[in-house]
Write a protein that binds this ligand. Structure first.
Ligand SMILES: C[S@@+](CC[C@H](N)C(=O)[O-])C[C@H]1O[C@@H](n2cnc3c(N)ncnc32)[C@H](O)[C@@H]1O
Length: 209
């Protein structure tokens, strides 16, 4: 965990938080457009970086509260600086040990879960943080089938977990989620993998009871 904190503290200060916002922005926006926010809802972004998804979601008419959490203190400092709406909240914490009493309708994470010491432990916590029928949207660019990104494991110099779509689905099913997947592609992107593989979204739904 220490390496992850240190890496993203650096990224928060060297412009890479905003680069991620730009790099992930198109596919995340495309994905979020497929979600119906028709009823009043609460939202949590796990590994929120500079908080750009929270700021986006809070603009939805039915959003009652949107919270971002991140293990990097400096990311949370950036997020708080950009904060513009009373419904937004940001906390410096890892998801595993977060002591929060409330539960959410929707939990989201983009390119964050595979940094966790244990994907299983993080998923169990996310499951507990959801209301019955709540949904977890997990965006991943770094998955085995997407060979262009598999080399990130060497570049990052910190432990990151590489899994196939099938393995990710299994993690979700073992936690108790009903699972669906979606590939969101960016057909005009310069990067071939964004056009051909795109972002893998795993959609986990917690049963009603
Ligand atoms: C690749 S960045 C993505 C940031 C943001 N989701 C985005 O798309 O711009 C991954 C983020 O997850 C955070 N993170 C990693 N492990 C975490 C954990 N266990 N709990 C909370 N945040 C975590 C990192 O500090 C980092 O800000």
């Amino acid at each position: 965990m220490h390496g992850v904190k240190k890496t993203f503290d650096k990224w928060a200060q060297n412009g890479r938080a905003e680069l991620m916002e730009k790099e992930h922005g198109n596919n995340v926006s495309k994905f979020l457009q497929t979600i119906s926010f028709g009823k009043p809802f609460t939202f949590l972004d796990v590994g929120c970086g500079n908080g750009w998804v929270v700021r986006k979601i809070v603009k939805e008419n039915n959003c009652k509260k949107a919270i971002g959490i991140d293990i990097s203190k400096k990311m949370i400092i950036q997020a708080k600086k950009k904060q513009g709406n009373k419904k937004e909240e940001f906390f410096h914490t890892d998801v595993e040990s977060w002591n929060y009493k409330g539960k959410f309708n929707f939990i989201f994470s983009m390119e964050s879960l595979y940094y966790a010491d244990s994907i299983e432990v993080s998923l169990e916590k996310i499951y507990k943080l959801l209301k019955p029928s709540g949904q977890f949207f997990c965006g991943i660019d770094f998955y085995s089938e997407n060979r262009a990104t598999a080399r990130w494991a060497n570049i990052m110099k910190i432990q990151i977990h590489l899994h196939s779509k099938k393995e990710w689905k299994k993690f979700f099913q073992n936690t108790g989620f009903a699972v669906k997947t979606k590939h969101i592609k960016d057909l005009k992107n310069k990067k071939k993998w964004k056009r051909e593989f795109g972002t893998l979204f795993i959609i986990g739904t917690k049963p009603e009871k």
